[in-house]
Write a protein that binds this ligand. Structure first.
Ligand code: PAF
Length: 279
């Protein structure tokens, strides 16, 4: 069966009714890379039918962020999704999802406060609102997200529990380039020199993780390792480094249980994030 591609909500509802369950959902903003495709393949392996969505969600971008220049490549995305075995692609429009009288938001209160939430006010409200709309429209049994956006995964998992969505959230490993750079659609903004410099995020996380594995459990010392490695790269500007409890994202003093070591770094004007799990 060839892949169904639809845009309107009404067509989606009709097509969804024909899909055999369990249904896996892979929500994306397009400009797909191997990370997205790994989500689609995993969904295909675990579900009878796979729905992918492509929607650059305006409500999760701040006023000074990159919404207008976010990269797009619909034709290529569709080919990649078809090759990965996706059954249905939904490419909704902003007009239909956010009509002029739209006024209902989904807001997760605590776990959205630190890290990305602190740097990008309103970002997670946009994410949880759109993901909740995608869940309602596609009614999947499982939904697939990448570990690279670790806080997003935590926030969406919290929302799924709190709103009683009967959906299992599946977290897939971060896909990396050969030199360790985490795959991201935003890597396409980097110049050749910046792309080279961007490996410093991975180096910093790796160096701190080695220190942890070597017995360093003082969270501030691990954060300091990250700061030092990032400051060795002149094109990199650290926005934050965090060594936090994996479940609550509260900053730790001692890493004596599962922790998330994460950071956000500007390489030139491009903001990149990455993380490793400790313990
Ligand atoms: O991770 C993303 O690409 C987006 O935040 C998501 C989950 C598709 C919601 O717009």
């Amino acid at each position: 069966m060839s892949m169904i591609i639809i845009s309107s909500l009404e067509e989606l509802w009709a097509a969804r009714a024909t899909l055999k369950g369990p249904v896996g959902l892979v929500p994306t903003m397009g400009y797909l890379h191997a990370g997205h495709i790994s989500l689609a393949r995993r969904a295909k392996a675990e579900c009878q039918s796979v729905i992918a969505t492509i929607f650059v969600n305006p409500t999760q971008f701040g006023p000074n962020e990159d919404l207008s220049r976010y990269p797009r490549s619909l034709e290529r995305d569709l080919q990649l999704l078809e090759a990965a075995g996706v059954d249905l692609v939904w490419t909704p429009t902003a007009q239909e999802l956010y009509p002029p009288d739209f006024q209902t938001w989904v807001n997760v209160e605590q776990i959205t406060q630190p890290l990305e939430g602190a740097m990008r006010p309103g970002h997670f409200r946009g994410v949880t609102t759109i993901v909740s709309k995608l869940f309602n429209a596609t009614r999947p049994e499982k939904a697939y997200f990448g570990q690279k956006d670790a806080q997003q995964v935590a926030v969406i998992s919290q929302m799924t529990r709190d709103m009683n969505h009967p959906i299992e959230i599946i977290v897939c490993p971060t896909m990396r380039e050969d030199d360790g750079l985490a795959m991201s659609s935003r890597n396409s903004y980097l110049s050749a020199e910046e792309r080279q410099a961007a490996t410093v995020l991975y180096c910093a996380l790796l160096t701190a993780t080695r220190a942890f594995e070597g017995g360093e459990t003082n969270a501030e010392k691990l954060r300091q390792v990250v700061r030092e490695v990032i400051s060795s790269e002149p094109r990199a500007q650290l926005q934050y480094v965090s060594c936090a409890d994996y479940a609550t994202l509260a900053e730790l003093q001692t890493v004596d249980h599962k922790a998330l070591l994460s950071l956000a770094v500007f390489i030139g004007k491009t903001r990149l994030i990455d993380n490793f799990v400790l313990g």
